[in-house]
Design a binder for this molecule. Structure first.
Ligand SMILES: Cc1ncc(C[n+]2csc(CCOP(=O)(O)OP(=O)(O)O)c2C)c(N)n1
Ligand SMILES: [Mg+2]
Length: 335
C-alpha cells in the first residue's frame, strides 16, 4: 500500500521516538567520556524512519551515512549492537551480522553511493529481488562519487534509491554555498532519472516517496533520486558548536516543525498515541541503549581482530601483519 496503515504509523512514530531518546542518551554518554564522537539524528527522524518503513527488510539493503543508524531499528537489534561496537572502535563494528541487510556507518562522504549502485546492479544481474537505498547528505552530494555513481545507475537502470537528506548544513557550510542548483533533486536530470523533493519532516510523505521509488526500481525502471528536506536540530557532532554559525531565528523556526513533536501531535489527534505509550517507549529505548552499550564495552578486543571484515579472507600481507601483531602483543594467534 502506498499509504501506511494505522499500525505502520504507530510503528513509525515508535521508531522515531526511540531514535530521539537513544540519541540524547548517547550524547550524555559522550559528555561523560564513555563513548566516542556521536552525530545526532535530531531533526532527521521522520526522513530516516519513514524511508526505512517503506522497504522490505528481507530483500532490500540500506547503506547509511553516519547519522542514520539509530533510525534503522526496523532492521533488527544487530544494527544498534554493531553501531555501539563501531562507536567504541571495535573491529566487529565494521560488519553487521548476516542476514541483516544494513551496511555499517560510512564516514567518508559519498563513498557508499558507488557501493550502493554496484550492489543494486549485482542484485539485478543475479535476478535477486529487492532494492538498495543509500543515505547521504547535502554535503556528500558534492563528491565526485555521487555524480559518477548517479550517472552509472541511470545507464544501468540499477534498482537503487539515492536518498539525499538535505539538513541545510554540511558542518558549518550552508546549502547555498554547497550548490548553485535549485535543489539537490534537480541533479537527477543529468542522470536521466526522476528527482523527487519531499518534506523530510513528514514521515508519511517520505514513506510514499520511497514506496513509489521502490516500485519503480523493482519493476525494472531504474533509480530515483529523493531529496528529503529537513533541518539539523542538533550539533553536527559532539565535537561541534553550532551556536557559532547557525542563525538562532532559523533554528527556532525549524524547532517549531520538529518532526517528532509534530507526529506525536498528529497521531495523538488520531487516537493512535498517548502519553502512557510515549513513557513506555522511552523507558524501553533507554534500557535498550544501555544494554547495547554494556555489551559493546564488555566485548573483548584482541589485536588479532583488527583486520577482520576487510576482505572475505586475509590477503598474504594481512596474514603477515596478523602474525606480527600477535608476536608484539604476546597473545596466541586465535585465527
Ligand atoms: C570525503 C570526505 N570529505 C570530508 C569529510 C569531513 N566531513 C565529515 S562530515 C562533513 C559534512 C557532511 O555533510 P552532509 O553530507 O550534509 O551530512 P550531515 O552531516 O549534514 O548529515 C564533512 C565535510 C569526510 N568525512 N569525508
Ligand atoms: Mg547536511
Amino acid at each position: 500500500m502506498a499509504k501506511p496503515n494505522d499500525k505502520q504509523l504507530q510503528m513509525i512514530l515508535e521508531d522515531m521516538v526511540i531514535a530521539r531518546t537513544q540519541a540524547s542518551r548517547l550524547w550524555n554518554l559522550q559528555r561523560q567520556g564513555q563513548v566516542g564522537t556521536i552525530a545526532p539524528i535530531d531533526g532527521h527522524e521522520a526522513a530516516v524512519v519513514g524511508a526505512v518503513h517503506a522497504l522490505e527488510t528481507e530483500s532490500d539493503w540500506v547503506l547509511p551515512q553516519y547519522r542514520e543508524p539509530l533510525g534503522l531499528r526496523r532492521y533488527g537489534p544487530e544494527v544498534l549492537d554493531t553501531f555501539m561496537l563501531y562507536n567504541l572502535g571495535h573491529p566487529a563494528g565494521g560488519h553487521i551480522p548476516d542476514p541483516v541487510k544494513v551496511a555499517p556507518s560510512q564516514i567518508s562522504l559519498g563513498a557508499s553511493i558507488p557501493h550502493a549502485v554496484g550492489l543494486a546492479w549485482g542484485m539485478s544481474l543475479k535476478d535477486e529481488p529487492g532494492v538498495v537505498l543509500v543515505f547521504f547528505g547535502d554535503g556528500a552530494s558534492s563528491e565526485g562519487d555521487f555524480y559518477e555513481a548517479g550517472n552509472l545507475a541511470g545507464v544501468l537502470k540499477a534498482p537503487v534509491i539515492l536518498f539525499c537528506v538535505n539538513n541545510q548544513w554540511a558542518i558549518s557550510t550552508p546549502t547555498h554555498l554547497q550548490t548553485a542548483a535549485d535543489s539537490f533533486a534537480s541533479k537527477a536530470e543529468a542522470f536521466g532519472i526522476p528527482g523527487v523533493t519531499v518534506d523530510g519532516n513528514d514521515p508519511i510523505a517520505v514513506y510514499e516517496a520511497v514506496f513509489n521509488a521502490r516500485k519503480r526500481a523493482t519493476s525494472g525502471k531504474g533509480p530515483t533520486l529523493i531529496e528529503a528536506n529537513v533541518y539539523r536540530l542538533g550539533a553536527h557532532t559532539t565535537a561541534d558548536d553550532p551556536t557559532r554559525y547557525v542563525p538562532s531565528d532559523e533554528l527556532s523556526a525549524a524547532q517549531k516543525k520538529d518532526p517528532v513533536h509534530t507526529f506525536i501531535k498528529d497521531l495523538t489527534a488520531r487516537g493512535l498515541w498517548s502519553d502512557t505509550k510515549q513513557d513506555e517507549i522511552e523507558t524501553a529505548a533507554l534500557e535498550r541503549i544501555d544494554e547495547a552499550f554494556e555489551k559493546a564495552k564488555n566485548t573483548p578486543l584482541s589485536a588479532n581482530s583488527l583486520m577482520d571484515h576487510c576482505f572475505v579472507s586475509d590477503t598474504p600481507r594481512q596474514l603477515r601483519q596478523r602474525s606480527f601483531l600477535m608476536d608484539s602483543t604476546g597473545k596466541s594467534n586465535e585465527h
